[in-house]
Design a protein around this ligand. Structure first.
Ligand SMILES: [Zn+2]
Ligand SMILES: [Zn+2]
Length: 457
């Protein structure tokens, strides 16, 4: 009897949090799991290595709407028009909004920074992509296509609205790709749905974002909320304004509802809370799909929060910073020329204000430079403007994570007892800690981009 083999190839997201994209091949069939863009690279370099694909894709399965998981899909439609895209319905709605926003951002980068690779795709490509999508409910097996040997299922991942881990089955052989996964309660989303309905899997592809983070050393979500409230109150009492830079998908909706609840409980001073453009657009999708949120959670209506207005107009900015308030604005890592960067540029030059980061801040970003700056340093917040001197500094960092910490990741591996564990989506210290601590029967891999693994089935 001939051996049957399944092949796994990393096109992006190997050994790093990058352009997450993994190819699964069996016989003549080729599937992609996620198809993202690299958050720290630019132009064509930010794409997965599509040139290394074994063959054209039959289908792409998408775990959630963060662009490091779906941002390259419209580009893929230019290369190969005939494939299907599978995701949950809220993920498809979020993805559509995020990708149209990416077109706008890429056009701006082309103009302002002369990156002539941009835009990698147009609004029309996003529309073409939406035409080949298929929406699925959670916990529902579906056939990937009429001819496919695989069937698949999305299991709630707890990370953001609509996020799902992917279970792929080929006869009795089971592959689980976690995607980004959360194991604890956030304000709006519960933890991932336990896999106790599933005995074991053969191969597990697992994210490792928080693989270096010992949960015993971080505050709980609730304790961190209270610490944030205390810092915000201090600024508001000095008649200042608080800026919270956030990612548009997930953290914006979470933090807005944390703050609203703390105001209702009388813990946080009652001042207006503002949300910027893309965060509002995604909030609107959270409202449409509120049945996908934790049933115990309370999503406030979007009109509970004020619109930010056109802060590029000096009078509007001046007005905004003259009355105590809280501003939730993109981008989370304060990329130059975004609303959070523009507001911070004003804030560091005037008294009383506070800037509080609530998510991951990459060391290569303006946000990180600001966090580590000293009074008197100069920083550039807008690419076409002069650097600005930091005169006043009240900048803090708070830890709210939508990713499972390391012991929760290990627990999940132990429960599903896979033969093969493939660690992806993490920085090297996180990946290494995970590999050293996976103590099961598993073969453990940290494949770099481009590497192909073959498993007999
Ligand atoms: Zn994510
Ligand atoms: Zn991710």
């Amino acid at each position: 009897m001939t051996k049957r083999c399944i092949h796994f190839k990393v096109l992006g997201g190997g050994g790093e949090i990058g352009a997450n994209c993994y190819e699964i091949s069996y016989a003549q069939e080729h599937l992609l799991l996620d198809c993202g863009i690299h958050p720290k690279k630019e132009g064509f370099d930010s794409l997965p290595s599509f040139d290394l694909m074994e063959s054209f894709p039959d289908a792409v399965l998408v775990t959630h709407g963060h662009v490091d998981h779906c941002g390259a899909l419209p580009y893929l439609t230019q290369l190969f028009p005939h494939f299907k895209v599978h995701a949950t319905l809220p993920t498809l709605r979020v993805m559509e909004r995020m990708l149209h926003n990416s077109v706008v951002v890429m056009n701006t980068l082309r103009k302002e920074r002369n990156i002539f690779d941009y835009p990698l795709y147009q609004h029309e490509d996003v529309e073409n992509l939406m035409d080949i999508t298929r929406a699925h409910l959670y916990n529902n097996y579906f056939d990937i296509s009429n001819k496919s040997m695989f069937r698949a299922l999305f299991n709630p991942a707890g990370h953001v609205l609509g996020s799902g881990s992917i279970l792929l089955e080929l006869d009795d052989y089971k592959i689980l790709y976690t995607g980004d996964i959360s194991a604890s309660n956030q304000e709006l989303l519960g933890p991932y749905q336990p896999f106790n309905w599933l005995d074991e899997v053969d191969t597990m592809i697992i994210e490792s974002t928080q693989g270096a983070m010992d949960e015993n050393k971080v505050n709980s979500y609730e304790d961190e909320s209270l610490r944030l409230a205390e810092s915000i109150n201090y600024v508001l009492e000095q008649e200042g304004v608080v800026l919270i830079p956030t990612f548009a998908l997930g953290r914006t909706q979470e933090i807005a509802n944390v703050l609203a609840r703390l105001q209702e409980e009388g813990i946080l001073l009652k001042v207006p809370i503002y949300i910027s453009g893309l965060g509002r657009a995604i909030y609107d999708i959270y409202e449409q799909f509120r049945e996908y949120l934790d049933e115990k959670s309370q999503l406030r209506p979007l009109n509970r929060f004020r619109k930010l207005g056109n802060i590029w107009q000096p009078e509007i900015m001046k007005q905004l910073l003259s009355v105590p308030g809280i501003i939730i604005a993109t981008s989370g890592m304060m990329i130059e020329n975004t609303p959070s960067a523009l507001i911070a540029q004003e804030m560091v030059q005037t008294k009383h204000h506070g800037i509080f980061f609530v998510g991951y801040v990459d060391p290569d970003t303006l946000g990180y430079k600001l966090l580590t700056s000293k009074t008197g340093d100069e920083l550039q917040f807008q690419l076409d403007a002069q650097p600005v001197k930091i005169k006043h500094k009240n900048i803090g960092r708070f830890h709210f994570s939508g990713h499972a910490y390391r012991t929760a990741l290990l627990k999940l591996i132990k429960e599903l007892n896979p033969k093969n564990v493939i660690l992806v989506h993490g920085d090297p210290p996180a990946l290494d800690w995970m590999r050293e601590n996976v103590n099961s029967r598993a073969n453990c891999f940290i494949p770099p981009n481009g590497e192909k693994l073959t498993f007999e089935i």
